[in-house]
Each structure stands twice: as structure tokens, then as C-alpha cells.
Write a protein that binds this ligand. Structure first.
Ligand SMILES: Nc1nc2c(c(=O)[nH]1)N[C@H]1C(S)=C(S)[C@@H](COP(=O)(O)OP(=O)(O)OC[C@H]3O[C@@H](n4cnc5c(=O)[nH]c(N)nc54)[C@H](O)[C@@H]3O)O[C@H]1N2
Ligand SMILES: Nc1nc2c(c(=O)[nH]1)N[C@H]1C(S)=C(S)[C@@H](COP(=O)(O)OP(=O)(O)OC[C@H]3O[C@@H](n4cnc5c(=O)[nH]c(N)nc54)[C@H](O)[C@@H]3O)O[C@H]1N2
Ligand code: SF4
Ligand SMILES: [Mo]
Length: 747
């Protein structure tokens, strides 16, 4: 180590694993990134994306100044001019057309940034619009809805207690590639290997023999989109064979008999025809989950991005309840986060539940869920004239042009907006449509606390990392940018002073719950500003907090900050009934709207399966649409390949390494084929987030190997009617060879 080297620690903000990193700096430059061995939560684990943070920091294409579009071209500008332009255009637009004329779209990285997660809602509130969209309806909204209905809050999502389980069944998740989702679990591989070493079993059910399946004791192919039939048959079997055991939860559960009746038609034989999983395997799984315990069934994105997403998400938890594995060590348990968790506020045990159907979208009449409308509705809300038409859009850390179905239509719609503002770090497929782009900062210049993921973690913990490097002179933090935008939307003017806005917002918020103690509470957190102040408030008011001095020894931000590897808050503990916020005070096993929706599934029981369907895929060196510009990740084999089973390849005349055309209706894309027996016959897999060949993007490296955009093929109008989640899996496509002389000659 030279004299100028320093070591700093930073929680990785790239995926849900939230690994602690150890970063070496020499003369202000990052020289090495590795896992932080004494991180209390991730214990030194790191994946290649964590290492790529250096490339992200140094990426010449990463935006460092605001951009403004002048005569169709982006030019660098000052924050002052950028905000002035937005004010000039937004204020009269809202005055003339009303608050719903503005929409927001919030993308995935916002969930990983304290400033974005805490301050984007401030912007949305200031706009006062009902047109709120996010990546949630491309992802986990079904799970949020089913959890809300069953447990009373959108974020009361039970997660596998992997360190104590004996049997883990994974349905539609590939944590070996994704590093876990709706389940914060760094080093899944190590934990799965420990499970096997102590005699436990891992079972994977997936249309592809994934990296996770390769690690498993057992893998079963399942026909995409058919999870509901498997799950209903599991529940059916638990009842039919007298295996349902509620145990401790018996007095905390409602709806058992309604549930029994509702799943009666879903026999394993009927499910077998639909899922392609034999009936005896389905029965065996039900028995194993009921008797090999502690056991846990975990469903993830494959179970959400389909037309029965909410039903599937629901029945995953139902199986865990009926097998005695919900809220039990080694089963599916509720984390107890140190900050920001609604299910830790108040005495609990009962609550108002989740509000449903408060309003519907203007054009398609789709229900709002958790305050959001389906992303598939955004284009039509922009295109369709009339009162409430969307004329201005704010995107925050989102790339819906690539990440949502039929980006071509959305792109045309974006070009018709009167105003589009993006808060983003790249000029990419989405932000190229903006009038103004406001940059984010490098993760090294940003402090970090995970607001969302401790609510989903395999173990309770509190970890904070300060910024490693100072923000460059004159560069605003993203929370400051969002506050400015909020002030403009509220008519306070682009000149409004950020610190004063923040003080006023915090005083207002604290006033709402602290009453006569407001002054004392504000004084207690006065050493912090911005996100840190909100964090200190949340930690101290939270379940492990110091109660602003009333519980000495309790958590404060200062205490968390002083512990370099974070604070371990222990293994997950049973939380029922305290975690519940349902009006009945019980776990609702048979919510009315879910039972009613089963009829839709029942109607499909005898439908024929399409000949060929498409599903997605994740790769450990990629992250949705936006990390293809980083050299350390982009190198190596081309990853945007269509995996095709050998039988399908033969049938459709496509060859390994050759080009093929995938099409649906009037849409087609050209892809590179990789023939692979890891696919279920009749299923093609292509990763999403590719297609970096749009004109005007500033993604030098990504554009060299743009790949094909899977979402071009998908239908923006196909969604789960309950949650509004897009259908991204199991859509019927056709496959045909594209003759390419150069490639044929090489073979
Ligand atoms: N077919 C198919 N489509 C899918 C999926 C699938 O499985 N199949 N998965 C879906 C899922 S799960 C998700 S979550 C969505 C994601 O959908 P989106 O969130 O819309 O897309 P991302 O690709 O994550 O784009 C992230 C954007 O944030 C920007 N960004 C990155 N870091 C920062 C930062 O620090 N600050 C700011 N301001 N901006 C930043 C990037 O430049 C990029 O523009 O994609 C979905 N699309
Ligand atoms: N490296 C990397 N990590 C990521 C991301 C990334 O893009 N790259 N994205 C992040 C995001 S935003 C999210 S939401 C998470 C997602 O995390 P995961 O849910 O683990 O995501 P995937 O790896 O796409 O795994 C989904 C699996 O479902 C299978 N599948 C597809 N359709 C069906 C179906 O109908 N039924 C069943 N049972 N299975 C099906 C697919 O074959 C795939 O193996 O990953 C996060 N982590
Ligand atoms: S697993 Fe996720 S959090 Fe951990 S280093 Fe990789 S990208 Fe970062
Ligand atoms: Mo996601």
C-alpha cells in the first residue's frame, strides 16, 4: 500500500443483494474493488457487476452536466437554465390542462438510491398527478398486491429463511444470475451449498435448466405461464391428502374453507396437462413441502410477469401457510427492517389493509394498484386526446423504451409530448426523447442506505455508507434535483432554495406524527440534512431505534455510520400476528378478488398450449438495459442470444450461431441463435434490455454490440388484470431462419 492509498466501504447499489464492498482509492482514483469481508450481511461476497462500478464511475458517456435539446440536438447547459426551461414549459401546461397532464415513470435504479427513493415521491406529490407509472408493473406488482391482500401491507412480503431451511423450492427465479429478488440474499450459491451440505434439498421449477437449476438436486421444466395450475394443484393436494397443517398460525388465519372449495377443480392431473409436470411429481412436491420441513416455496419474476401473476404470487404464500412454513424458522419469514418499514409502525396485529380500486386509468379503465397505473397504459394515455391526456413526462432512472413491451409505440408517444424531463445518467433509448436531462452522480459520489431491501432481507441488519468521493463542484445531488422539480411543479419557482425546501418538507412531515414533540424531534436530527435526515428520523423512530433519546443504546444514524461493516440485527423472527395490518387481524387466505379471478384460470384449464413461446433471461454480467456500456461487463461472448431447444431448432430450420427471425403479429426481430438442451422444448429464451441501436443514443460501447430488443415482440396491452403487471413471459412467437451467407460459409 502506498502512502496515499485509502480504503473505503460502500454498499453496492446495483442489485438487490446489496453487497458490502471494499474500495481502494489512490490519489482520489479507485484502484481496486472487492467484497468487504467484515460486512455483517454479505461477508465478502461480490459479483462482476460490483467490480464494474469503477467502469461506471469512469464511463466517458455517463452524463455529468444537464443537457437541453435545442433544434433537435442535445447541448450541455447549466442547472439554472435547465430548471428555468422546465418552469417555462411546465407551469402553463399544468395551469391549462390540470395536474393529470403530467406523468412520472420511475425505474429500477431508483429502488437502489436513497436520494431517489425518498425524494421521487416528493416530486410525484408536488405534481399532484394520478398518472404514476414505474417498473413495478414490469416486475413485482402481483406480489405486492397479493401480499397486501393477505397480510395488510404492500411490502409485507415473506422471504426464505435459507440458513435454517431443509427444503427450498424455487419457482420462476434464477438467483444464480440475478443474485436474488424480493429476497436480499448475497451469496445465494454459498447458502444453497450450505443447505445441501446439511442434508437439505434444493428444487428448481423453470422452463429453462438455469444456473440455479444446475446447482439443484431436482429440476422440473414447467410450461411458461402455467404456474397457477401447478400451485393450485399443490394446494388441492395438501387439502385432498390431509396435509394442510396450520400449526401456530391456526388462530391467525381466515378463509381456509373458501380456499379449499376454490382449488377443488385444480387436480394434479389437470395441472399436469397444462404445466407438463407429471401429476405424481406435483403430489410429491406437495408432500415434501408438508413433511420435509422446515421447507419454503419461493416464487419470483417468472411467476409475476404472466397473466395470472397475482394468483400465482398468492398461492406461493398459501402453500407456505398450509405446510406450516410461513412465519416459522426455515420457512418464509417477515424481515423486520430498522427503518422505513410500514409494517413496523404502531402496535400492529390489525390495520386498514390495502386500499383497492380508488380509481381507474382514463383510456383502458385499468385499476390503480398501490397508487400506480400499468406501464402498458402510458402510451395510450399520451396518445389519446381529452381531459386528463398526458402531455408532460418525468422519467427518473428508467428506460421504458427498452424495458417495457412495444417500446416503438411508446417512443412515438414520447415524441408527441409537450415536455419530457429525465433524471438519468445516460443519454439512452428513453432519455433521447427528453427535452431536458438532469444527470445523476456516480455511486462513489453518493451516500447509501438501502431503504427498500432490508424489508426483504434474509437477515435483519442496518448498514450505511457515506460518499467515497466528493460531488464535483456545482453538481447537484439527485434529491436536490428532485426537490427543485417539486418546487417548480408547486409553483414555488425554479429559484427556490433547496435547503429551505427540504427543511420545510421535513418539518411538515415530522409535524404530522410528532405533534407537540416536533421541535424536539427536529432538534435531535439537526446534524443531518437531505436523505440522511430522513434516515436518522426513520432509524430512531424505528423498531430498534433510540426513540430520540428515550431508548438509550437504540439505533441512530450516527451509530450505524460508526460501524464500518454495519450492524447485524439477527436472524429473522416470527412476526405473526404483530406484522399483520389486515382489517380482520388475520392472514387472509382467500381474498375475494383472488378467489373470483381463479375462474379465469379455470376457464383456461383445457386450453391448448401454443407451439412456441418466448421467455426472458438474466445474465450475471448484465443488469436490465443499462450496464452494457461498461467494458469489464461487455467483454466476452455475446450474451443477447436466443436459446432454442435442439428439437425446435430442427423443426424451424435454425442453426447454432446462425441468425433467426422471431416474430409475433406484425412485429419481428432478428436474433443470434444458440441451440441448447437447457431449454424446455417449445420455449425460446432471450434476455431483455438489449437493442442499443437507436439513433442519437450516447452509449459508445453498447452500440457496438446492440443486441435485439425482446420487448419489441411483446404486447403492451397484455397484462395481469388484477395487478396491471405486464405479461413478459410465455407469449407465443414464431421462429424462422434468416440466411446470412457470411455465417453459413463459416460453418
Ligand atoms: N421482456 C422483459 N422485460 C423486462 C423484464 C423481463 O424480465 N423481461 N424485467 C423487467 C424488470 S424486472 C424491470 S425492474 C424493468 C426495469 O425497467 P427500467 O427501470 O425502466 O429500466 P432499466 O434498464 O433498469 O433502466 C434504468 C435507467 O436508470 C438509469 N440509471 C442508472 N443508474 C442511475 C442513477 O444512479 N441515477 C439515475 N437518475 N438514473 C440511473 C439508466 O441509465 C437507465 O436509463 O425491466 C423490465 N423489463
Ligand atoms: N445479473 C442481473 N441481475 C439482476 C437483474 C439483471 O438484469 N441482471 N435484474 C434485477 C431485477 S430488476 C430483477 S426484478 C431480478 C429478477 O430476479 P429473478 O426473478 O431471479 O430473475 P430471472 O433471473 O429473470 O429468473 C426468472 C426465471 O423465471 C423463469 N421463467 C420465465 N417464465 C416463467 C414462467 O412462466 N414460469 C416459471 N416458473 N418460470 C419462468 C426464467 O427462465 C428464469 O430462469 O433480478 C435482478 N438482478
Ligand atoms: S451481487 Fe448485486 S449487490 Fe452484490 S456486487 Fe453484484 S451487483 Fe452488487
Ligand atoms: Mo426488476
Amino acid at each position: 500500500m502506498t502512502g496515499t492509498e485509502t480504503i473505503a466501504h460502500r454498499i453496492c447499489p446495483l442489485c438487490e443483494a446489496c453487497c458490502g464492498l471494499e474500495i481502494t482509492l489512490a490519489d482520489g482514483a479507485v484502484t481496486r474493488i472487492r467484497g468487504h469481508d467484515s460486512d455483517v450481511f454479505s461477508h465478502g461476497y461480490i459479483c462482476p457487476k460490483g467490480v464494474a462500478l469503477k467502469d461506471l464511475h469512469e464511463d466517458p458517456d455517463r452524463l455529468r452536466t444537464p443537457l437541453i435539446k435545442r433544434d433537435g440536438r442535445f447541448v450541455e447547459t447549466t442547472y439554472e437554465e435547465a430548471f428555468a426551461e422546465i418552469e417555462r414549459r411546465l407551469v402553463p401546461l399544468l395551469e391549462t390542462h390540470g395536474r393529470d397532464a403530467a406523468a412520472t415513470y420511475i425505474g429500477n435504479p431508483a429502488a437502489h438510491k436513497m436520494g431517489l427513493l425518498l425524494y421521487t415521491p416528493v416530486l410525484a406529490r408536488a405534481l399532484g398527478t394520478r398518472n404514476i407509472y414505474s417498473a413495478s408493473t414490469l416486475d413485482q406488482m402481483p406480489k405486492q398486491l397479493s401480499s397486501g391482500l393477505m397480510f395488510g401491507h404492500w411490502l409485507s412480503i415473506p422471504v426464505p429463511d435459507i440458513e435454517r431451511t431443509r427444503l427450498m423450492v424455487i419457482l420462476g427465479g434464477n438467483p444464480m444470475a440475478s443474485n436474488g429478488s424480493l429476497w436480499t440474499v448475497p451469496d445465494f450459491r454459498g447458502k444453497a451449498q450450505d443447505l445441501k451440505a446439511r442434508g437439505g434439498r434444493l428444487v428448481v421449477i423453470d422452463p429453462r435448466r438455469t444456473e440455479t437449476a444446475a446447482l439443484a438436486d431436482e429440476h422440473h421444466f414447467i410450461r411458461p405461464g402455467s404456474d397457477i395450475f401447478l400451485l393450485a394443484a399443490l394446494v388441492h393436494t395438501l387439502f385432498a391428502e390431509g396435509l394442510a397443517r396450520l400449526g401456530r398460525l391456526a388462530e391467525h388465519v381466515a378463509g381456509v374453507e373458501e380456499l379449499r372449495a376454490a382449488v377443488a377443480p385444480f387436480t394434479p392431473e389437470r395441472a399436469a396437462a397444462h404445466t407438463a409436470i407429471p401429476a405424481d411429481v406435483i403430489r410429491g412436491l406437495a408432500r415434501a413441502l408438508a413433511t420435509e420441513g422446515p421447507a419454503v416455496l419461493y416464487g419470483r419474476i417468472g411467476t409475476c410477469t404472466q397473466t395470472f401473476g397475482t394468483l400465482a404470487s398468492w398461492l406461493v404464500d398459501v402453500v407456505n401457510v398450509l405446510t406450516g412454513n410461513l412465519d416459522a424458522p426455515g420457512g418464509a419469514m417477515f424481515p423486520k427492517a430498522a427503518a422505513f418499514a410500514a409494517n413496523t409502525v404502531g402496535a400492529g396485529g390489525k390495520g386498514r389493509g390495502v386500499p383497492l380500486g380508488r380509481r381507474r386509468s382514463r383510456v383502458s379503465n385499468a385499476p390503480e394498484v398501490y397508487g400506480e397505473l400499468p406501464i402498458g397504459c402510458l402510451a395510450e394515455e399520451i396518445e389519446t386526446p381529452g381531459e386528463g391526456q398526458v402531455r408532460a413526462l418525468f422519467t427518473v432512472a428508467g428506460n421504458p423504451i427498452l424495458s417495457s413491451p412495444n417500446g416503438d409505440r411508446l417512443a412515438r408517444a414520447l415524441d408527441s409530448l409537450d415536455l419530457m424531463v429525465s433524471v438519468d445518467i445516460y443519454l439512452n433509448e428513453t432519455t433521447r426523447h427528453a427535452d431536458v436531462i438532469l444527470p445523476g452522480v456516480s455511486p462513489f459520489q453518493d451516500s447509501h442506505y438501502d431503504v427498500a431491501f432490508p424489508q426483504l432481507s434474509y437477515r435483519n441488519h442496518a448498514r450505511y455508507s457515506p460518499a467515497l468521493l466528493p460531488r464535483p463542484d456545482g453538481v447537484m445531488a439527485e434529491w436536490q434535483v428532485l426537490l427543485k422539480l417539486a418546487a417548480i411543479a408547486q409553483g414555488k419557482g425554479a429559484g427556490a432554495e433547496v435547503d429551505a425546501l427540504d427543511d420545510a418538507m421535513v418539518a411538515d412531515e415530522v409535524g404530522r406524527w410528532a405533534g407537540e414533540h416536533t421541535g424536539a424531534v427536529l432538534a435531535a436530527v439537526s446534524r443531518w440534512t437531505g436523505p440522511e435526515r430522513l434516515l436518522d428520523l426513520a432509524l430512531r423512530a424505528g423498531p430498534y431505534g433510540d426513540g430520540f433519546g428515550r431508548k438509550p443504546g437504540g439505533l441512530t444514524l450516527a451509530a450505524v455510520k460508526d460501524s464500518a461493516g454495519g450492524i447485524d440485527l439477527g436472524a429473522l423472527q416470527p412476526r405473526v400476528p404483530e406484522v399483520l395490518r389486515t382489517p380482520s387481524g388475520r392472514i387472509e387466505l382467500a381474498p375475494g378478488i383472488l378467489v373470483a379471478d381463479l375462474a379465469r384460470a379455470q376457464a383456461q384449464l383445457d386450453a391448448a398450449a401454443p407451439d412456441l413461446v418466448i421467455i426472458g433471461r438474466r445474465d450475471v454480467r448484465s443488469n436490465n438495459s443499462w450496464m452494457h456500456n461498461l467494458p469489464v461487463l461487455a467483454k466476452g461472448p455475446f450474451r443477447c442470444t436466443a436459446l432454442v431447444h435442439p428439437d425446435d431448432a430442427r423443426r424451424h430450420g435454425v442453426v447454432h450461431g446462425g441468425r433467426a427471425r422471431l416474430s409475433r403479429a406484425d412485429k419481428a426481430i432478428e436474433v443470434q441463435v444458440a441451440v441448447s438442451a437447457e431449454m424446455m422444448p417449445g420455449v425460446v429464451s432471450l434476455p431483455h434490455g438489449w437493442g442499443h441501436d437507436a439513433e442519437g443514443v450516447r452509449l459508445g460501447l453498447a452500440s457496438q454490440r446492440p443486441g435485439a430488443n425482446l420487448n419489441t415482440l411483446l404486447d403492451e396491452n397484455l397484462r395481469d388484470p388484477l395487478s396491471g403487471n405486464a405479461v413478459l413471459s410465455g407469449v407465443a412467437v414464431t421462429l424462422a431462419p434468416v440466411p446470412l451467407p457470411a455465417i453459413q460459409a463459416a460453418e
